[in-house]
Structure formats: C-alpha cells, structure tokens
Design a protein. Structure first.
Length: 425
C-alpha cells in the first residue's frame, strides 16, 4: 500500500502539472478547455466554472488530462436517428443537449435527431416527440451531456484550438513540458530549503560509498573511512585518490585509512574498466557529501543549476540511446512503480528529488519531434509558420496515426520488458 501511494503521488504529480501547463496557456489563448480532469475512469466529482470548463476528479488516480475544443478526440458523435433531448433558454434557443440515458432534463424536449451542426451554423434538427420536424438554434455557450453523464460545453469554431493564433498554439503545446521544468526547479528549491542548504561532494578523502564487489569492497573498505595515503603518497582530497590510481594502474596498493580514530592498512588492487571506449582504473569508491549552507539568493541559483544538470543527464541518456538502442535503456510505468517501491521507505527529500528528475525527463521526452507528443505538434506549428498555412489535415492525420501506432507499439514493448525485469526474468 505504501508503494502504491508513493507511485500514485509520483506519477500523478508530474502528469497533472504537465496538463496544468497546457490548461493555463489554452485558457489564456481563448481556447475552450472543455474539461480538466485529475485521474482517469468514471468521475466522482465535477464542477463547471463560468467559462464553461468542467473540472473533474476521476476514480482511478492515474495522472489526468485536458480536453481542448477542436483537438478531435473530444467530439461527441451525433448520428442521424440518435434519440436525445434538448432544453431551451428564455430566447427559445437550445441551452442543453442530453445524449445520456443516465440523466433526465426536467424541461427536456425529446427528439429523434435528423441533423446537427454544433460548430459553424449552430442548429439542431429532428422529430420532436417522434412527430413534428423542428429546427432549433443552438446557443453559442450551450452544453452537451455525453453518454457517461459528463456535461461539457459545445465547441463552436471560434473557440477551437485551430482558431487561436499560431504563437498561442505553439505556447500551448510547449506549456506542458515547460511546467515539468518549472516543477523540477520548484522541487529542487524545496529540497534545498528543507535541508537548509545543498548537499555537495565532500572534498576530503573521506569515503561516501563503496561499490559492491569492487576491489575496495573486497579489501574491506567501508563508508566513512578516510584514506590517509596510498603506497606512501599522502592523500588529503578525494580527487587525489584517482590521480594516484591513474599512475599506478593495476599495481597492488598499500592503502592506509583512518577508521574510528584508528589507522589501518589495507591491500587493494585497482581494476580496469572501459567507459565510452576509454580505459581507466578504479577501486570502486565515491566521495561523501556535506551540507553546504547557502544564502537566500544562492538557493535559487543552485536549484537552477541542479535543474540544468538533470536536463543534461537526460540529453546524454538520449544520446546514448540513439548510439545503441536497447529496450533496457527505456522505462515506463512499471519501472516507475518499481522505483516507487524502493523509494517508499526513503525520506521525503529523496522522494522529491526523484520526482524532480522524473519531471524533467517527461518534459524533455515530450519535446521529441514525434507526432502525438508535444514536440511533434510544435514541429507541425513550425512547418505551418514556414509555409504560412497549415498542413493538409488529411496528411497531418495520417502522419499522426502512423506515429501513434509506432509509439503505442514501443510503449507495449517497453512495458513488457519492464514486467520481465520486475519479475527477474
């Protein structure tokens, strides 16, 4: 249960903040946001504001989504012959359209639909009470009750996504990743304030951690041990350890350490490792960390630097992935759940730091120029700006559909690979 709660918190926070970015910029651009949802599945709470946006909390606490008018997937299917009911306002215009069997309109007029246009001409025509053919004008701000009982605004052309200016659409598409970057910065800043400063590498020769099965581990070196000398060469700073090992290479070394205020001598033989085609020698130790006190302004600077460093880590990982693709280099929700399991017993600071890394990861991955992702949508926007007209809708749809198939296939493969790793196979 603890692992599940951590997973919900981690996954939910980064997705909801991402969607919040799209939501805010869409609203500022005059685009109708029909629904802002937290979670998935059947709704358990809903509230519609004066602008027509429906805010919902749904039963499955897995992320969330934003339904912007004109984005395609949110449109309600109204085929001829569909039974529905309409409610009129004081002017005699349709104010509500009910297509759900779960909802009954108090003043609803039953209709068998013949034709409807809820985007341009704003009318609805059908047989009233199964007899009289009637055409009603539909109010610009009318709502429609969907089959699951969700009531949202209709989407006339002037409030649809494509009606916004190009720069507004670009900002709306970019806003999701942007908010992930802002979340990363905010979390790193929060961690710094919680700690009272920033953790940094201890410049002394004190050992912070020892790699399992490394030469240092096999020789008995432990965290918090302080290396005093290596083969008679005095060591005062951690960087000097690597310098001495680089010169001695795989020679057996006599290492003098200080442990509990007592000196001990260990024999350690460095081993050769190859990274990115470069050979080096190591004993398998990492430096310790110390808490560095920071001024108020320095806290913001360090949080920004940590955000930048996290982004560079992701870019390097992408470079490595392109250089040698492997499913083992990718991870999905199952991997996040596994990481949540490991984090569930860690401190709040550790959990927040993990969310910060995951958030910048999501932001960067969403900016990849792949249709279906925000980066792909931005690419279409750029092409539109160069051509001074949008791409043909049919061509754009085919490209998006093809990329969606590939992306879904990759997600399935990554998830299956994660499950196999999770099961230890």
């Amino acid at each position: 249960m603890k692992t599940l709660l951590v997973f919900i918190f981690v996954f939910g926070l980064i997705v909801v903040i991402h969607e919040l970015g799209h939501f805010i910029f869409a609203k500022r651009s005059g685009i109708l946001v029909r629904e802002f949802a937290i979670g998935m599945g059947p709704k358990i709470f809903s509230h519609r504001d004066k602008s027509g946006t429906l805010y919902t909390i749904r039963i499955l606490p897995m992320g969330g989504y934003v339904r912007m008018a004109g984005m395609g997937e949110e449109e309600v299917d109204l085929p001829p012959g569909k039974p529905l009911s309409v409610e009129l306002n004081a002017e005699g215009h349709v104010a509500r359209i009910n297509t759900s069997s779960k909802v009954t309109l108090t003043n609803g007029i039953p209709m068998e639909l013949l034709e409807a246009d809820l985007e341009d001409k704003l009318f609805i025509k059908g047989y009233v009470n199964g007899e009289q053919e009637t055409t009603y004008v539909v109010d610009h701000d009318a709502t429609i009750i969907e089959e699951d009982g969700t009531e949202v605004r209709i989407a006339p052309l002037d409030v649809q996504f494509q009606s916004a200016k190009l720069y507004q659409r670009m900002l709306t598409n970019f806003a999701g990743p942007l908010f992930n970057f802002i979340l990363t910065f905010a979390l790193f800043l929060l961690v710094i304030f919680m700690q009272g400063g920033a953790m940094s590498s201890d410049p002394s020769s004190t050992i912070g951690s020892v790699q399992v099965d490394s030469p240092a581990d096999k020789a008995g070196l432990k965290p918090d041990d302080r290396i005093l000398s290596i083969d008679g060469v005095k060591v005062a700073e951690f960087t000097e350890i690597g310098e001495v090992i680089a010169e001695t290479k795989d020679k057996a070394l006599e290492v003098v350490i200080q442990r509990d205020n007592q000196e001990q001598t260990l024999n350690i033989t460095p081993e050769k490792v190859t990274e990115d085609g470069n050979e080096r020698y190591m004993i398998g130790v990492s430096p310790g960390t110390i808490l560095k006190k920071l001024s108020f302004g320095e806290k913001f600077k360090v949080a920004a630097l940590q955000t930048k460093a996290s982004a560079l880590t992701i870019f390097n990982a992408l470079k490595d992935l392109i250089g040698g693709f492997s499913l083992d280099k990718l991870g999905g929700p199952v991997m996040i759940y596994q990481a949540s399991s490991e984090l569930s017993n860690q401190s709040l600071v550790t959990i927040l730091s993990f969310i910060a890394m995951l958030s910048v990861n999501l932001g960067i991955m969403n900016l990849l120029p792949i249709p279906m992702l925000d980066g792909g949508k931005l690419l279409f926007n750029i092409v539109e700006g160069i051509r001074r007209k949008p791409l043909n809708q049919e061509i754009e749809m085919k490209i998006t559909l093809a990329s969606a198939v590939l992306l879904i296939g990759l997600i399935v493969l990554v998830t299956w690979n994660d499950i196999m790793r999770f099961l230890g196979r």
